[in-house]
Design a protein around this ligand. Structure first.
Ligand code: BMA
Length: 808
C-alpha cells in the first residue's frame, strides 16, 4: 500500500451562476445568461458584481430583491482533471447555503439542506481525465421551509418567516435589525481532495489542566481504504506520543501530558498563551498520510449555575461582553481582516467576551482563532433563535449532524468558554403563549435539554453547557428570572425608561441594550435624498417594531426634543450611550452578586438604526466611546446618592476619593474626601456625604468625583431640568501627522462634548467623545483623516456638539 499526503485542488475558479427556473426572474438577469460567480460567495454578491441588481443595502432596494430568494439558482464550473495516482478523490464543500443538489458530470452526487454543515462526496468514479463539469443547484430556502411547515405544522415565533423549518442562519430571513435578503450559494470554499490508503478525518483534542500539568486527549478518526496498520503521532508543548491504529480500527486516542504549560488566560487576567498541537497520521513505513495543526490553550473553565459565574483557571471572571451577529448578510464577505478590525473595536472598548448569538452562525475558523489570540472569551449559541423549532425528521438528524461537526471543529479553541442551547426559545415557550399555539407539537425542548447537552458531554466534556438564554438553571423556574442564571432585559427600550435598569439586581445580564442611529456618513451612504428622521428611506433602515417611536420616547426627560435631523441624530445617539452606561454602571456595581453583562449588540450586518455600538459600515457610534468608559478595568461612576468604585484588576485601587460639588459656573461649593480601598476584583459603593450628596439647587450644580486617574461627573437633575448656560468655548484645529488635533477650551460648562468628523470626510474618525468640561478646562481630540479639512467646519456645528450648545 502506498500512503501519500492528500492533495487539494481548490475549485474556486471559473464559476458561473444562472437561474435554474426562470419564473420570477427579471428579464435583464435572464438575458445575461451565465453570470460570473465567486466561490466562496453568494447569489446577491454575484448579481451585484455583475451589475444586475442594485446594492441591497442602499435605499429600499431590499424591497425589490425578494425574487432572488424565491428563485432556484445553478452554480456551475468546468475544470480539467488529471488522474493523480490517488485511490480516492473527494469533492469537499465546506459550506452550501442551503438546499443544494450537487451534480458532477451529469451524475447526482448528493442533496443537502443544512448551511451549518460541510459535505464530502467521494467523486473519483465520476471524474474524467480532461474536462469535467460540476453543477450545484440551490432551490429556494423559503419554499423548502414552507413545505416543511405545511407538513409538520406551524410553530410560534417572533417572526412570520419560516426559518425554523430550514437549517440556515435565521436572520438571513430578516430581523429587527436586518433586511430580508434570503441568499444562496457556496458560502465557504469547495475543492477536490485526493488521498490513498488513509486520511485524518477528524481530530478532536480534549484539553485539561490537572495539578499544574496540561493533559490532552487527542481523539482521532481516520478514514481508510486499506487495513494496513497505521500510527498517530501527536506533539504539544514538549510532549509527544505515538499510538497505533491497528487494522480494522478507525479511531484512536493519543494522550499527552505537558509539564507546567503556560496557561491561556482571558483578557485582563493574564496572557492568552497558546501551544502548537501537531497530529500526524503515518503508514506502516512511517510515511506521513496526513497532518493537522492547531494552536490550543491550556485552561479550565467552570460555570456555577445559580450565580451564572464563569471561572477560568479557577479565577472568577466578570464578563464584560457584547453580543455578536453575523457581520454581513452575505458572510463570505467577512474576511479575517474584517474580523480583526471588529475584534479590535471590541477589545478597544474593554470587552472580554463575545456571545455568538443563536440567530446567526457557527462562525469561521478565523473568528475563533482571532479570539484565542486576543484572549477574548466566546460564548457560542447553537443556531436557534426566537421561535419554536420542530424536532421531527429531517431536522433531528440535521441538528445532530451539525452539532457533532461544529462541536468537534470548535473544541480546540480555548476562547470558547460556553455552549448555549438557543436564544430566547425557553423564554418564548414559558412566557410568550407558545404552548396554546403548539397544541402539543414539538418546539425544540428535546434539542436544548437532551440532544445538545449529550453531544457536548460526549465530544467536549470539559466545557459548560447552558440550555438557553435567558434561563434560570431549572425547567421549573421562569427562564427570565433575574435572580438566577441569565436574564435578558428588554422592558427597557420596549416600554420603560432606562432608569428602570436601577430596579434590577440581576445575576447575569446576557442581553440588554438601547437603539441609536448609525454614524452620519453611514446613513448618508445608505440613503439617497433628504435625511430626515421620518423620511421613508431612513425608516427603511429601522427594522424594529415601532423603533422610531421608541427612540423618541426613550429621550424621556433626559434630553431635549430634537427639532431637526441633525439634532435627532445627535441626541438619539447620545441617549443610546447614556442608557447603556446607566445600566452597565449599576450592574458592575453589583459585583460579585452580578457576574456579567453582555451588551446587545456589538455590530451590524448592514447600515441600520440598531442597538449596535459599531454600525454596519464599521464606524463607531457614541455608544462605543461610552462603552469604553463603562467597561474600563477601573470604573468610577456617580450613581444615585453614591459613587461606585469598580476595580476589575489584580491590584488594589486605593486613594482618596475627591468629591466636589460645583456651581455650573465651575465654582466649588462643597468638598469632601473619602478614603477608598477597593481590593482586586471588587466593587465598592461609597455613599455620598451630605455636603456633596444634596445640592443647594439641583438645576445649577454638578458633582465631580476623582480617584487617581479616574474622573466622573454627575448632575443632580436630568439635562432638560438643568439650567445650562449656552455653551461658550474656544476651539482650535491644528494639522498634525495623520490628521488634526482639536483643542476645545470651555468658557462655560460643556456637557458631553463630541466631534463627528465623518460629516466632513467619511473616512475620518476621532479618538474620544462625550467629555464634560467645566469652565476653564480643555479637552484635546485627535482626528484621523487623509484629507485636508476646513478647521472652522471641524470646530463648528454640526461637527462639534454638546448638549447645551447654542442653536446655529
Ligand atoms: C433579543 C435578541 C434579538 C433581537 C434583540 C433586540 O430578542 O435575541 O433577537 O434582535 O433582542 O430586539
Amino acid at each position: 500500500m502506498t500512503v501519500y499526503h492528500p492533495l487539494y485542488h481548490p475549485l474556486s475558479d471559473g464559476w458561473t451562476l444562472r437561474p435554474a427556473v426562470p419564473a420570477v426572474v427579471p428579464s435583464a438577469v435572464l438575458d445575461a445568461g451565465a453570470v460570473p460567480a465567486t466561490v466562496p460567495g453568494c447569489v446577491h454578491t454575484d448579481l451585484l458584481a455583475a451589475g444586475l441588481i442594485d446594492d441591497p443595502y442602499l435605499d429600499d432596494n431590499e424591497n425589490r430583491l425578494g425574487w432572488i430568494g424565491d428563485t432556484a439558482w445553478t452554480y456551475a464550473t468546468a475544470f480539467t482533471w488529471t488522474p493523480d495516482g490517488h485511490e480516492r478523490t473527494d469533492l469537499v464543500c465546506e459550506g452550501l447555503d442551503t438546499v443544494a443538489t450537487v451534480t458532477l458530470n451529469g451524475v447526482r452526487l448528493g442533496r443537502t439542506a443544512n448551511q451549518h454543515r460541510s459535505y464530502r462526496f467521494p467523486a473519483r468514479h465520476l471524474l474524467r481525465e480532461g474536462d469535467n463539469t460540476l453543477e450545484i443547484r440551490f432551490d429556494p430556502a423559503p419554499a423548502y421551509a414552507e413545505a416543511w411547515r405545511a407538513a409538520l405544522g406551524e410553530r410560534p415565533g417572533a417572526y412570520a418567516a419560516p426559518y425554523p423549518f430550514v437549517r440556515k442562519a435565521a436572520c438571513n430571513f430578516g430581523w429587527d435589525w436586518g433586511p430580508a435578503l434570503v441568499t444562496a450559494g457556496l458560502w465557504r470554499p469547495a475543492g477536490l481532495e485526493s488521498w490513498s490508503g488513509a486520511r485524518l478525518a477528524e481530530v478532536r483534542p480534549v484539553v485539561r489542566v490537572e495539578g499544574g500539568r496540561g493533559e490532552v486527549e487527542v481523539h482521532v478518526r481516520v478514514e481508510r481504504t486499506s487495513e494496513e496498520p497505521l500510527a498517530v503521532t501527536a506533539e504539544v508543548a514538549g510532549a509527544s506520543v505515538e499510538v497505533p491504529v491497528p487494522a480494522g480500527r478507525r479511531r484512536a486516542v493519543a494522550r499527552l501530558s505537558a509539564d507546567d504549560p503556560a496557561l491561556w488566560w482571558p483578557r485582563g487576567y493574564g496572557a492568552p498563551h497558546r501551544h502548537d498541537l501537531t497530529v500526524r497520521l503515518r503508514d506502516a513505513r512511517g510515511r506521513a498520510a496526513g497532518e493537522w495543526r492547531r494552536k490550543i490553550g491550556f485552561r479550565t473553565v467552570e460555570l456555577e449555575p445559580e450565580e451564572f459565574r464563569l471561572s477560568v483557571n479557577g479565577v472568577p471572571v466578570f464578563v464584560r461582553g457584547v453580543n455578536w451577529i453575523p457581520d454581513d448578510c452575505f458572510p463570505a464577505r467577512v474576511t479575517r481582516d474584517r474580523l480583526a478590525a471588529r475584534f479590535a473595536q471590541a477589545t478597544g472598548a474593554g470587552v472580554n467576551l463575545l456571545r455568538v448569538w443563536g440567530g446567526g452562525l457557527y462562525e469561521s475558523e478565523d473568528f475563533y482563532d482571532l479570539a484565542d489570540e486576543l484572549g477574548l472569551m466566546v460564548w457560542q449559541d447553537f443556531p436557534f433563535a426566537c421561535a419554536a423549532y420542530p424536532e421531527e425528521e429531517p431536522f433531528r438528524t440535521e441538528v445532530e449532524a451539525e452539532a457533532r461537526e461544529n462541536v468537534t471543529r470548535l473544541a480546540p479553541h480555548p476562547s470558547l468558554v460556553l455552549w448555549c442551547g438557543n436564544n430566547e426559545n425557553l423564554e418564548g415557550h414559558a412566557d410568550w403563549g407558545w404552548p396554546e399555539r403548539l397544541e402539543g407539537r414539538t418546539w425544540g425542548a428535546g434539542f436544548y435539554h437532551d440532544l445538545l447537552p449529550s453531544i457536548v458531554a460526549e465530544l467536549d466534556p470539559t466545557r459548560p453547557y447552558w440550555p438557553g438564554s435567558p434561563y434560570s438553571g431549572s425547567p421549573e423556574l421562569p427562564p427570565n428570572d433575574p435572580a438566577s442564571g441569565t436574564v435578558h432585559i428588554w422592558d427597557v427600550w420596549n416600554r420603560e425608561d432606562y432608569t428602570r435598569y436601577a430596579a434590577y439586581t440581576p445575576r447575569f445580564v446576557a442581553e440588554f441594550g438601547f437603539q441609536g442611529p448609525a454614524a452620519y456618513a453611514t446613513m448618508r451612504r445608505a440613503v439617497s435624498g433628504e435625511l430626515a428622521r421620518d423620511a421613508p428611506l431612513v425608516l427603511h433602515h429601522q427594522k424594529a417594531d415601532d423603533g422610531d417611536g421608541k427612540l423618541l420616547r426613550g429621550l424621556g426627560d433626559h434630553l431635549p426634543r430634537p427639532a431637526t435631523f441633525d439634532d435627532w441624530h445627535w441626541l438619539t445617539q447620545l441617549n443610546q450611550a447614556r442608557a447603556v452606561t446607566y445600566g452597565i454602571e449599576r450592574f458592575r456595581a453589583l459585583a460579585p452578586h452580578c457576574s456579567g453583562t453582555i451588551l446587545w449588540q456589538l455590530n451590524d450586518c448592514w447600515p441600520v438604526t440598531s442597538w449596535s455600538a459599531v454600525d454596519g459600515d464599521g464606524r463607531r457610534k457614541p455608544l462605543w466611546y461610552a462603552l469604553r468608559r463603562a467597561y474600563a478595568d477601573r470604573l468610577l461612576a456617580v450613581l444615585d446618592g453614591e459613587v461606585a468604585v469598580v476595580n476589575d484588576t489584580d491590584r488594589p485601587w486605593r486613594g482618596e476619593l475627591l468629591l466636589v460639588r460645583h456651581g455650573l459656573g465651575g465654582e466649588p461649593l462643597a468638598k469632601e474626601g473619602v478614603p477608598v480601598d477597593a481590593p482586586p476584583r471588587s466593587a465598592a459603593r461609597v455613599p455620598l456625604p451630605p455636603a456633596v450628596g444634596a445640592p443647594g439647587d439641583p438645576r445649577r450644580e454638578l458633582l465631580v468625583a476623582r480617584l487617581g486617574e479616574s474622573r466622573a461627573v454627575g448632575f443632580y437633575a436630568e439635562d432638560t431640568a438643568v439650567d445650562f448656560p449656552p455653551a461658550a468655548y474656544e476651539a482650535r484645529a491644528e494639522p498634525v501627522a495623520g490628521g488634526y488635533r482639536v483643542t476645545v477650551t470651555a468658557r462655560t460648562v460643556l456637557r458631553d462634548l463630541a466631534l463627528f468628523p465623518d460629516r466632513l470626510d467619511p473616512a475620518a474618525s476621532v479618538d474620544d467623545m462625550l467629555v464634560t468640561l467645566l469652565p476653564g478646562e480643555s479637552a484635546t481630540f485627535t482626528v484621523a483623516t487623509g484629507q485636508e479639512l476646513d478647521p472652522g467646519a471641524l470646530t463648528g456645528h454640526p461637527v462639534l456638539r454638546c448638549v447645551n450648545e447654542t442653536a446655529p
